[in-house]
Write a protein that binds this ligand. Structure first.
Ligand SMILES: [Zn+2]
Length: 249
């Protein structure tokens, strides 16, 4: 499951996974196998963890942990685009140019700002520099020119609506108020006071949840997605840490 922020719910992710399944034979998706990488979903402008299949044309960020000295390390990013054969490595500037074109596709299609984007600078030439900061660690500068857009960039961008997240209920996290719910994955009881993560669904028109143990979701839910769960912000800080620890094992 891949959900990055705001209301881009995990609910979207199960559908997404299904669509990935359906697209296995579709040449537009390709299997790639870096251990640690993210791709930019041009439809949502979210960064998604590479699990297996990635759509051709996507910009990809491959992470690696590099040693500095002693025991110290840092995380290095390299960039590329997915073509029919795999990853084509690119300098970040070229990856950002691709993202700028995908940004334009997005705004023409949705008439709103993609998430994580804002105007950084309007250049003298009239070109607009957009910053795209999908995570705390990843930041791109997208240059949008009149030529690319076919109209004056700052005027067109001013007319865009603010980003609006899809109106779907979010997955939710909480501590179980009773010991009555069962995990839909392992079928064991979720004990009172323990974390449970709920998948929203509608029962006779009202919102309800299918509950899971966090440990039963570690294969399908990324640690980065936890912070976007409904209810996460209501957890105490030591609870947040405890929850995250379940996903780091
Ligand atoms: Zn379970």
């Amino acid at each position: 499951m891949r959900m990055m922020s705001g209301n881009r719910g995990i609910s979207e992710t199960s559908q997404k996974r299904e669509s990935v399944e359906n697209k296995k034979d579709d040449a537009r998706w390709i299997e790639i196998t870096p251990e640690w990488a993210y791709w930019v979903d041009r439809e949502s402008f979210n960064l998604k963890r590479v699990k297996k299949l990635v759509p051709i044309g996507s910009v990809i960020i491959v992470k690696s942990r590099e040693k500095i000295e002693d025991e110290r390390t840092y995380v290095d990013s390299s960039f590329g685009v997915i073509n029919g054969k795999g990853i084509v490595n690119l300098p970040k500037k070229e990856a950002s140019e691709i993202l700028a074109r995908q940004f334009i596709e997005y705004i023409k299609w949705k008439n709103q700002w993609p998430p994580f984007t804002s105007i950084k600078k309007i250049q003298k030439s009239g070109d607009v520099e957009i910053s795209f900061d999908p995570t705390e660690y990843d930041s791109f500068r997208l240059i949008v020119t009149r030529q690319m857009l076919g109209s004056d960039p700052s005027e067109s961008l001013n007319r865009l609506k603010k980003y609006q997240s899809p109106q779907v209920p979010l997955w939710k996290v909480e501590t179980a108020k009773s010991g009555k719910s069962r995990c839909r994955s392992c079928n064991d009881v979720i004990l009172e006071g323990r974390f449970r993560i709920g998948e929203p669904y509608f029962y006779e028109g009202s919102l309800s949840y299918k509950w899971y143990h966090p440990r039963c979701l570690t294969a399908s839910l990324d640690i980065e997605e936890l912070e976007n769960l409904d209810g996460y912000k209501l957890l105490r800080s030591e609870e947040k840490l405890r929850l995250k620890r379940i996903f780091t094992i």
